[in-house]
Design a protein around this ligand. Structure first.
Ligand code: DX5
Ligand code: ZN
Length: 220
């Protein structure tokens, strides 16, 4: 079973509660929250106070994608703020083991995010300490970018790596997912599909989630 995780980055921030209710109505169970610091990535978005408010406003699983430098300093605070899943970038953290452990000990699922040009070999020893891996299929920083095709191969390779060690790690993919590529991405082995503009860039986020779920279901 796969999940569509709508990214609120492309939502109307002044109407967040309504925007969240709409995707929930469409069948979304996970809400993707993009945290950017203007340092690790060239954009600034939202932080802890917004996550605390989201926690009060929805029962959906909150998936916080930390695109920040020194994520080890903040990961636990996102768990305390109400995140159910927290991912940190392998490129940003020389102490992944410690950071992932701190996320888990707070009771959340720990994820490793990886940029398009970063090798999966960097994850090999870290996999047992993660509940999910987030493969970036665009360069992090902005919504609405085009899907990088080689990401499909990367998902397949990661799927094999996970099977080889007998782990249960879930694969999340983020960036440029839409109706044209969702079936391929599910077929390659991704289980959590982040979609920003393909959901909130349409006039009807609820229908968009339903449609993406339907298109992805072809393969399962
Ligand atoms: C990009 C973010 C994504 C973004 C995806 O840096 O991590 O989550 O919101 O947006 P789309 O689906 O429009 O590529
Ligand atoms: Zn993201």
């Amino acid at each position: 079973m796969f999940d569509i995780a709508p990214s609120i980055l492309s939502a109307d921030f002044a109407r967040l509660a309504d925007e969240i209710a709409a995707v929930e109505e469409g069948g979304a169970r996970i809400l993707h929250v993009d945290v950017m610091d203007g340092h690790f990535v060239p954009n600034i978005t939202i932080g802890l106070p917004v996550v605390r408010s989201l926690r009060k406003a929805t029962k959906l699983t909150l998936d916080c994608h930390l695109m920040i430098s020194e994520p080890g300093r903040y990961a636990e605070q996102f768990v305390e703020a109400g995140a159910d899943m927290v991912s940190v970038h392998v490129e940003a953290d020389p102490h992944l083991h410690r950071t992932l452990a701190s996320i888990r000990s707070g009771g959340a699922q720990a994820g490793i995010a990886i940029n398009p040009a970063t090798s999966l070999t960097l994850l090999e020893d870290a996999l047992p300490f993660a509940d999910f891996v987030l493969i970036m299929s665009v360069n992090p920083g902005f919504g609405g970018q085009a899907f990088i095709e080689t990401s499909l191969q990367k998902v397949r390779r990661l799927r094999r790596m996970i099977e080889e060690i007998g782990a249960e790690t879930r694969i999340e993919i983020d960036g440029g997912i839409d109706a044209t590529n969702i079936a391929e991405v599910v077929e390659a082995g991704a289980e959590i599909l982040v979609a920003g503009s393909a959901v909130y860039g349409t006039g009807d986020p609820s229908a968009a989630v339903r449609k993406l779920r339907e298109l992805g279901t072809v393969w399962v």
